[in-house]
Design a binder for this molecule. Structure first.
Ligand code: ZN
Ligand code: ZN
Length: 373
């Protein structure tokens, strides 16, 4: 079959909208009609050539409906509503069976995964890869059954689409990686799609104060609804504030870095606000994946018994945590609809990414059926 898809053919180019070929599902695969796809910085990194293989169909966040099931797939039927998971969970490897399926060996971040035979997209017989094996910027995609999660069909698919990446990454950074406890003072850097969800996670976990910092004041507006108790545009002021309200710890109990391009001065400033026994959590990536963006005084970390920890996908187990997030949403404990500040049709994808770069949206979402669906 043919499908419309937004592709990156060469690093640095804009997104190109084309009709491409899509082969039917093989064993263990399903055909999904993606109805919505989130616009996220990881696809901007793909566009720059810093992440993933090109040429590629973009999109690693999304939600849709199963349209065809390949041989051997268990637990999925035609018509099921599903969330995309940008890390597959095979359920078999050491990481999956030990409760760390965010590190599943099937992940594209694992070595030896540059196997192009797994992709079903092509143009003139040439294989096109799919970001994270998903390619949610195509209306139809054939994906491994391990990389989608069946969800409650009563939850709107636009809400499911954002739950699958930014929400889990931010919420899990606070809940799983930082293990925010009742009474903690938590500082979050970056008020984007990941940062506000770190705020939601910290607030729900019982933080006494959740302070949100972003250099763009527009992004801090109306973040109270997600649980931010105070906002700052300067890290110096935020650091001063946490030392005043948490004098014994002399800083924040938890600092979570959720910036879209995490460069060295950001990490250094984040560390500057961290108190005794504080946990510094790195959830945001840098544009250059090998950049040495952590330069910290190790002896101070010794004296203060601090922890510096990275987290991918919020250290979540997506098969458990995506349904959990959607349940919390139905109970009114997590906000998802409020995260989607703009919907775009596939034709407007370059505008969507321009708005992402300028920080106009909390989360932009592509609606494959048109901008208001
Ligand atoms: Zn994402
Ligand atoms: Zn696994």
């Amino acid at each position: 079959m043919k499908t419309q898809a937004a592709t990156i053919l060469e690093a640095g180019q804009d997104w190109t909208l084309t009709e491409i070929d899509l082969a039917p599902p093989q064993a263990g695969e399903v055909l999904v009609e993606f109805t919505h796809a989130g616009l996220c910085f990881s696809d901007e990194h793909l566009r720059h050539g810093g992440l993933g293989e090109l040429p590629a169909v973009g999109g690693h966040e999304g939600a849709g409906i199963v349209r065809e099931v390949g041989p051997g797939v268990k637990g999925l039927e035609v018509g099921d509503h599903v969330a995309a998971s940008f890390i597959p969970t095979c359920g078999q490897c050491d990481w999956c069976v030990s409760g760390h399926s965010n590190l599943c060996t099937e992940s594209v971040n694992s070595p030896g995964q540059a196997d192009r035979s797994k992709y079903r997209f092509s143009i003139d017989g040439e294989t096109i890869s799919a970001n994270c094996g998903l390619g949610t910027f195509a209306r139809y995609s054939v994906v491994s059954a391990n990389t989608i999660i069946k969800v409650d069909p009563t939850v709107p698919l636009s809400a499911v689409a954002v739950a699958s990446c930014g929400v889990l990454t931010g919420w899990g950074a606070a809940v799983h990686a930082a293990e925010v406890a009742t009474g903690d003072v938590v500082l979050v850097l970056g008020a984007g799609g990941v940062g506000v969800n770190a705020v939601q996670g910290a607030a729900l976990a019982g933080a006494r104060e959740v302070i949100l910092v972003d250099t763009n004041p527009a992004k801090l507006e109306s973040t109270e609804q997600f649980g931010a108790t105070k906002t700052f545009t300067s890290m110096d002021e935020a650091g001063e504030y946490v030392r005043i309200i948490n004098p014994v710890v002399d800083g924040a109990d938890v600092v979570i870095v959720c910036t879209g391009n995490t460069v060295e001065p950001i990490v250094t400033a984040a560390y500057g606000a961290l108190g005794k026994r504080g946990r510094l959590i790195l959830a945001g990536m840098s544009q250059d994946a090998m950049a040495k963006n952590v330069q910290l005084p190790g002896t101070q970390i010794v004296f203060k018994e601090q922890t510096v920890r990275g987290t991918i996908y919020g250290s979540c187990n997506p098969r458990r945590d995506v349904p959990l997030i959607l349940d919390l949403y139905k109970r009114g404990l997590i906000k998802l609809d409020e995260l989607v500040t703009q919907q775009y049709s596939l034709e407007d994808i370059n505008q969507g990414f321009e708005d992402l770069r300028t920080g106009k949206n909390l989360r932009g979402v592509l609606s494959h059926a048109g901008a208001n669906n």
